[in-house]
Design a protein around this ligand. Structure first.
Ligand SMILES: *Cc1c(COP(=O)(O)O)cnc(C)c1O
Length: 374
């Protein structure tokens, strides 16, 4: 059977992803880069992204949970894969057999890993997650000596290093980042002497870009890889990160309506003048948030057009009264650029009261993606 494709297109520009990685390599200098590809690479497709990043020398990836790590292994990804939220103890054997690096925060997981490693006659390298101020996953630094002792006592386990996470590194002026880092440095002092090198890491994109002194042995970059700055403010210059994702649709109908007419559910917009509307086959089901009702913009024929009325599940309307001859079939950019105009995930995020991260996940993970070598 012939498969019909959607009106809507998410394109992922592989060369831009690779270029962002190289820029981050320069930023990280001596430290290695762990590419965070959780949430299907923030909506960009984790398998394709992992392959393209491996091609240019990346050897370490991070995902949220084991399920994602196993999909990567199945797809042939050979690099080191960190499962940042650990694993369910009943899957210890899968962790060991697939050579996934578990980030651990309790004794029971260590016990489960130790028995699975003994059964497979292998040594498993574990990382311990400490909470230095995020108040999210992880043990407090005071609990570290005890957990290290458990790693040392249990057979077939080796400590790879410490992992922590910054809560406010997007904000250059916040003192919190260096306070957290200070706790991390103190925690490192508890690590036993060893011949194997530890790989300690705490910096996310914010830490990588804004706090060089926190880079340690490795930095974990997520949003920056996909071309966005964690504070939502783009930078200028030839070393600036470039957005990787674009999202477009096309006009399916154009119609003229008189003044004084309500548009879409709830009639939240009433025309003030004779209006030409373009109907777009895109809505919140496609990750185009309902919060953009009456406040979003799209680009048609190189010019911005405002959303009128509520965004529906699969449809929305834009005002093209001031455009020249918009026709059905016209390419419409929802995220990305056309002619001189551009719309970024930061622009959409601001209007939706969220961050670029969520916009990318929503759009990327709800549409078919096309990969282009640009
Ligand atoms: C998501 C995540 C990162 C990456 O954060 P960005 O701000 O996207 O760079 C790093 N570390 C952990 C533990 C994460 O959950």
């Amino acid at each position: 059977m012939v498969r019909a494709t959607s009106y809507n297109n998410v394109t992922i520009a592989i060369k831009k992803l690779q270029r962002n990685y190289s820029i981050l390599t320069d930023e990280a200098r001596a430290s290695r880069i762990l590419c965070m590809i959780k949430a299907d690479a923030y909506g960009h497709g984790m398998v394709q992204c992992a392959k393209s990043l491996e091609e240019i020398g990346c050897t370490v990836f991070g995902v949220a949970e084991l399920r994602e790590a196993l999909i990567l292994r199945e797809a042939g990804i050979k690099s080191t894969i960190f499962s940042m939220m650990g694993f369910d103890d009943c899957y210890a054997e899968l962790v060991v057999k697939n050579n996934i690096v578990p980030v651990v925060y309790d004794k029971n997981s260590l016990k489960a890993l130790s028995s699975a490693s003994q059964s497979s006659n292998t040594e498993t390298v574990v990382y311990l997650k400490i909470d230095t101020g995020m108040s999210r996953l992880g043990i407090f630094p005071e609990q570290l000596p005890e957990l290290i002792q458990v790693v040392n006592i249990l057979p077939n386990l080796r400590l790879g290093g410490l992992v922590s996470h910054f809560p406010t590194s997007d904000d250059v002026s916040s003192p919190v980042t260096l306070q957290c880092y200070e706790k991390f440095e103190l925690a490192k002092k508890v690590l036993p002497e060893t011949d194997d090198k530890y790989f300690n890491h705490i910096a996310n994109s914010g830490g990588t870009l804004n706090f060089k002194e926190t880079h340690e042995d490795m930095v974990r970059c997520g949003i920056a890889l996909y071309g966005y700055y964690p504070d939502g403010k783009p930078r200028l210059g030839d070393q600036s990160l470039q957005p990787v994702m674009a999202f477009s649709t096309r006009v399916i109908q154009v119609k003229d309506i008189p003044a004084g007419v309500g548009i879409s559910y709830g009639h939240t917009f009433i025309t003030q003048r004779k209006t030409r509307l373009a109907v777009l086959p895109v809505g919140y089901e496609d990750g185009y948030s309902r919060k953009l009702s009456n406040c979003g913009e799209v680009i048609i024929r190189g010019k911005k057009a405002p959303i009128r009325g509520r965004i529906c599940m699969n449809i929305c309307m834009v005002d093209v009264t001031d455009h020249d001859n918009v026709e059905p079939g016209d390419e419409t950019v929802l995220l990305g650029s056309q002619g001189e105009e551009a719309i970024t995930a930061d622009d959409l995020a601001e209007r939706c009261g969220t961050i670029s991260y969520e916009i990318l996940c929503m759009i990327g993970n709800n549409n078919e993606r096309k990969y282009i070598y640009q």
